[in-house]
Design a protein around this ligand. Structure first.
Ligand SMILES: Nc1nc2c(ncn2[C@@H]2O[C@H](COP(=O)(O)OP(=O)(O)O)[C@@H](O)[C@H]2O)c(=O)[nH]1
Ligand SMILES: [Mg+2]
Length: 409
């Protein structure tokens, strides 16, 4: 059985007075947090921890790192109300909704603004007030394909809608609800097949998570965010700097490690063997009883063949040294690359033995629909999504929230 998901823990929240509405409670939390942040800003300005900074950067205290990106609510606007509604729709109780979740959903919704523009507006326009028609389905097909949902997923959704329309008249509201249900079903299928609703390290065992993917998609950033999430969720963690192809890569990962107080195992010699770094890291993790080893890998080598060879070798080393470990091989995909992500998934699948996907850069991408293409065509579960460069801009994937954000008005 998997343990609870790595729910980010927040600082103790002010006790909620009974009877206070969610809005009132959030307002009080926000006021208090702003005061705290203000007080801290006066005491000591929080250093900007840029991932690209050199290794000379002073290690940031873990507490400071966590506070640096502590959630703050904006105005109680439309986004806030929407986030609260999405959480409530999942049956979440008032007292287990955190400020962080509201904040995250708001960012996710904003991040998917571009995907929605043209999609939802056009969809609603063509739906009008009349029951769904074959013309509307044609339009929907174009819209889905343009949002990079992919041919297979699009066909499946349209087939379901068509079948439904053959049986009865479907009004626009029901049409949207049914569409959301279909999309969520597609995203959930590989998750259900994997047997784990949420991906979290198994306690009491060694967990090794490899970050793989092409250059620039956000592997190192994702690893940094995951290290922080793991620490905040009470796991011990260690980073293996196995992208030895670029010298700067090791420094970048070191800065991320420092931000969360996570040790980084690296090999300073030029052209070090990534498999040797992984060897050292697993040795260290076993000696210390570490819960989670996060492995950063290269996204580019001299040739694509070399890259795949190297990944297979890293994978073999892990399996050989730690056959008892729970290994996750997570393909990091940049959402803005759309359908290209699907090709990448296919290319990495065999060499790296992929078990899941992390979708990054949903902020500012207009092609969030690729999540559906990856789920249905590559059959891989989406495990985490990233929507921003900050340390907290990564959350476990939730298909309901994703579809709501994709189709929010
Ligand atoms: N906007 C945005 N930028 C991101 C996100 N994830 C990573 N990045 C940026 O993408 C760039 C490449 O990231 P990096 O982690 O170095 O990619 P890698 O080559 O796969 O390790 C960096 O500038 C990151 O800050 C994200 O979710 N949103
Ligand atoms: Mg990198």
């Amino acid at each position: 059985m998997l343990e609870r998901p790595p729910e980010p823990e927040l600082e103790p929240e002010p006790p909620a007075a009974p009877g206070l509405s969610l809005l009132e409670r959030a307002a009080a939390e926000r006021a208090q947090r702003q005061q705290e942040l203000l007080a801290r800003a006066i005491e000591a300005p929080v250093p900007e921890a840029a991932p690209a900074a050199g290794s000379a950067a002073a290690p940031a205290a873990p507490a400071a790192a966590a506070d640096e990106a502590a959630p703050q609510l904006g105005a109680f606007d439309d986004t806030f109300t929407w986030s609260a509604e999405v959480l409530a729709a999942q049956g979440r109780q008032l007292d287990d909704i955190s400020l962080e979740e509201i904040d995250w959903l708001g960012r996710l919704r904003r991040g998917m603004e571009k995907t929605r523009q043209g999609f939802v507006t056009q969809l609603l326009d063509s739906l009008g007030d009349d029951p769904l028609s074959p013309e509307v389905l044609d339009e929907l097909e174009t819209l889905l394909l343009r949002a990079d949902v992919g041919v297979q997923a699009t066909d499946q959704v349209l087939e379901a809608l068509r079948e439904r329309m053959n049986r009865e008249v479907v009004d626009p509201t029901e049409g949207i609800r049914f569409l959301k249900e279909q999309l969520q079903g597609l995203l959930e299928a590989p998750i259900r097949a994997s047997g784990a609703t949420l991906l979290a390290p198994e306690r009491g065992r060694l967990n090794v998570w490899l970050m793989v993917g092409v250059n620039g998609v956000g592997k190192t950033t994702t690893l940094g965010k995951l290290a922080n999430l793991a620490i905040r969720s009470g796991y011990s963690c260690l980073i293996a700097a196995a992208d030895t192809f670029r010298a700067a890569a090791v420094q970048q990962v070191q800065v991320w490690g420092e931000r969360s107080g996570v040790p980084v195992i690296s090999n300073p010699s030029a052209n070090a063997d990534p498999a040797a770094v992984v060897f050292d890291a697993i040795g260290a993790a076993k000696a210390k009883g570490t819960d989670l080893v996060l492995v950063d890998t290269a996204g580019r080598l001299q040739t694509k063949h070399n890259l795949m060879e190297e990944l297979s070798k890293v994978r073999r080393i892990v399996d050989k040294l730690a056959p008892e470990a729970v290994v996750q091989s997570l393909l990091v995909l940049d959402a803005s690359q759309g359908q290209n992500g699907l090709k990448q998934a296919m290319a990495f699948a065999s060499a790296a033995g992929l078990t899941g996907v992390v979708l990054t850069k949903l902020d500012g991408s207009s092609r969030g629909g690729v999540a559906l293409a990856v789920s249905s065509e590559a059959g891989l579960p989406i495990r985490f999504i990233g929507a921003g460069e900050g340390i907290r801009d990564l959350r476990p994937f939730n298909s309901f929230e994703f579809v709501e954000a994709l189709l929010a008005r």
